[in-house]
Write a protein that binds this ligand. Structure first.
Ligand code: SAH
Length: 604
């Protein structure tokens, strides 16, 4: 899709600006001012026509050109804010559905697709996979496969386990014919890329190791054996071992790193497994005649089968068995307690509008079943979360919000905890991790009952990045970030840090500069800075960066209080060499007297 020839037609200036933006998605796109003659010229030669204007104009100008769905190009229409991207003509064969979806995703708008098969049956592939407990190999492949679904109206699926297929899938026994494969095999030779591989978590790795074996050694032994047998690491659902190894640090670290449960068995249980090679040496050390094979055998259930018999690699012995229990093999609610545990994404949504959210954060929000966050931030992303369970409480109830998120994840859900800006800067990441830590301590560290909740912190553009970009370049040299909120920090400590930063000539970024309860904090901060810096020192005041009501002011230490500073504002106080130029604020990269003669190699 991306390589085929495309033309964008515009009428207004904002249409042209939007078309220019599309160059980042399609570098070769032709951008043409709309005229019916220009449309007629492109009709036969282009594969995708994108119109940034009212749909009525487009319908009138293409009506006489339309022939049939085998030769007509894909036609997509969008409004000049890029909010709605309509697939107007040749949705499947002409590629307009896929094109509309790509453009909408890129612009943060909504694709309007009306071809019946897609509208009725379009499964969100990632959500469907995750609901079945399938891991997605190479997420990048998702959008390609999604586009195929939009282009063809269906997807061919090859599966080695039983699953209930949504209508848009057609089952195939031939892997070479499949768009999507559900298999624990790393590659199936006849199914060359690009394909979407989904991984059932149906492999059990039975494992034994000497005391003190490191997590790295365990990991490399497992990957080694899986690679050799063409098995995907993502299909490993659990580890099984003898109870003696339940608190082996390397094994626990490895399991925690990948969110795997460890199932343990007593020597008696292991010794009851028939048809297993017995080792006297192992028996002397552990009381069981076999650890890895026997443990894998029991943990894989009644119908489990060996795929890899016992292997010894360095300090590790392991065996791999597969659970063959049909649909329940991929059900997230199977016997192992760790598999019940879900995932928490702690997501930063940036300073304001959707285009400042990273694609990775959008992806995490898309994958989450529940969204937890503060109302104002959620208001900025309403479109992204409208089909989800949303838990939103007031600003002062962060702890309750994080607890709710952890509870949901412990119940097996994928949850996004959403903060504005970056989630690790005066936001929720720390709280989520602290609550998880105390949960884990409660459950007892070093047992198989650790929470098993996987956490991923996804960064966002913080107010300091957003504000600095609006001001020019105030943060080119060392800076200190200080929050003036004394809700969780004693004011004396805040004053101490202000003094230290002012004295050491850091550029100072002030978050939470003024609250309803404490309007005088900013006055005090200014007074401290004035003790060490000239009244002419530039001060940047950025309110609501990247939002509708954005306001950017360059002032100085003397006059700064004449401007509106509120809780949506971040204040940037320059260092002794910061200067203002053309309504921008610049802190030189170094302190050398003449910039011309620095020739500084470290400036990229
Ligand atoms: N996690 C957020 C910060 C939360 S603390 C981040 O990384 O940006 C809240 C403070 O952040 C506000 O009082 C304000 O000082 C600053 N802030 C957040 N968003 C802002 C924006 N769009 N423009 C200016 N300042 C902002």
């Amino acid at each position: 899709m991306a390589t085929e020839s495309k033309t964008a037609f515009y009428i207004t200036d904002s249409g042209l600006a939007l078309a220019d933006k599309l160059r980042n998605l399609y570098p070769d796109i032709k951008i043409v001012r709309y005229s019916s003659a220009a449309v007629a010229d492109s009709w036969a030669t282009e594969r995708g026509l994108i119109f940034i204007m009212a749909a009525g104009i487009v319908v009138r100008s293409i009506a006489a050109l339309i022939k049939d769905k085998h030769t007509d190009p894909g036609v997509v229409v969008l409004d000049d804010k890029g909010q709605f991207v309509i697939s107007l003509l040749s949705g499947h064969l002409g590629g307009a559905n896929g094109l509309a979806a790509e453009v909408a995703q890129f612009l943060g708008g909504k694709a309007v697709i009306t071809t019946a098969s897609d509208v009725n049956n379009l499964p969100a592939l990632d959500l469907w996979a995750e609901k079945l407990g399938l891991a997605i190999d190479e997420r990048g492949q998702l959008s390609h496969t999604g586009t195929r679904l939009l282009d063809n109206g269906s997807l061919n699926l090859f599966t080695e386990i039983q699953v209930t297929l949504p209508d848009a899938f057609i089952n195939t026994d031939d892997p070479s014919d499949a768009d999507v494969l559900i298999t624990n095999k790393k590659f199936i030779a006849s199914a060359t890329p690009p394909r979407l591989y989904l991984r059932p978590k149906n492999l059990v790795v039975g494992i034994g190791c000497n005391s003190g074996t490191s997590a790295d050694e365990i990991e490399s032994a497992i990957t080694n054996v899986l690679d050799k047998h063409n098995l995907s690491f993502l299909s490993v659902g659990s580890l099984a071992t003898i109870d003696l190894k339940a608190s082996e640090p390397g094994l626990l670290d490895f399991a925690r790193k990948y969110g795997l449960g460890i199932i343990t068995f007593t020597p008696d249980e292991l010794n009851r497994v028939p048809d297993i090679e017995k080792s006297e040496v192992v028996f002397k050390a552990t009381g069981a005649y076999s650890v890895s094979e026997a443990a894998a055998r029991i943990a894989s259930g009644e119908t489990g089968e060996f795929i890899v018999r016992k292997q010894k690699i360095g300090n590790v012995t392991l065996a791999v068995a597969v659970e063959n229990a049909g649909p329940s093999a991929v059900s997230p609610s199977c016997a192992c307690p760790a598999k019940m545990s879900g995932k928490i994404y702690v997501v930063g949504t940036g300073p304001g509008r959707v285009e400042h959210i990273t694609p990775h954060a959008l992806d995490a929000i898309g994958k989450s079943q529940a969204i937890v966050g503060y109302g104002t931030y959620l208001d900025l992303i309403t479109d992204l979360i409208k089909d989800k369970e949303v838990i939103s409480t007031g600003m002062t109830q962060e702890i309750d919000r994080c607890r709710a998120a952890v509870e949901l994840a412990l119940g097996g859900k994928t949850v996004a905890v959403v903060s504005g800006g970056d989630p690790g800067i005066y936001a929720m990441a720390g709280l989520v991790l602290e609550i998880l830590r105390s949960q884990e301590n409660r459950l007892g560290r070093g047992t198989a009952e650790t929470t098993g909740v996987a956490v991923e912190v996804i960064p966002g553009i913080s107010a300091l990045n957003a504000g600095a970009s609006r001001l020019g370049a105030p943060l080119m040299h060392d800076f200190a970030v200080i929050s003036l909120s004394d809700r969780l920090t004693p004011w004396e400590l805040i004053e101490k840090r202000l003094k230290a930063a002012a004295m050491a000539d850091f550029v100072i970024v002030l978050y939470n500069p003024k609250s309803m309860g404490r309007p005088d904090h900013i006055d005090k901060a200014r007074a401290i800075c004035l003790r060490y810096r000239s009244a002419e020192t530039p001060v940047g005041i950025v309110k609501a960066a990247m939002r509708e009501n954005e306001k950017v002011i360059i002032s100085n230490l003397r006059d700064m209080l004449n401007h509106d500073i509120d809780m949506q504002t971040t204040v940037f106080i320059g260092n002794s060499s910061t200067f203002a130029w053309n309504n921008m604020m610049i802190t030189p990269r170094g302190y050398t007297a003449s910039r011309e003669q620095t020739n500084d190699q470290s400036i990229p």
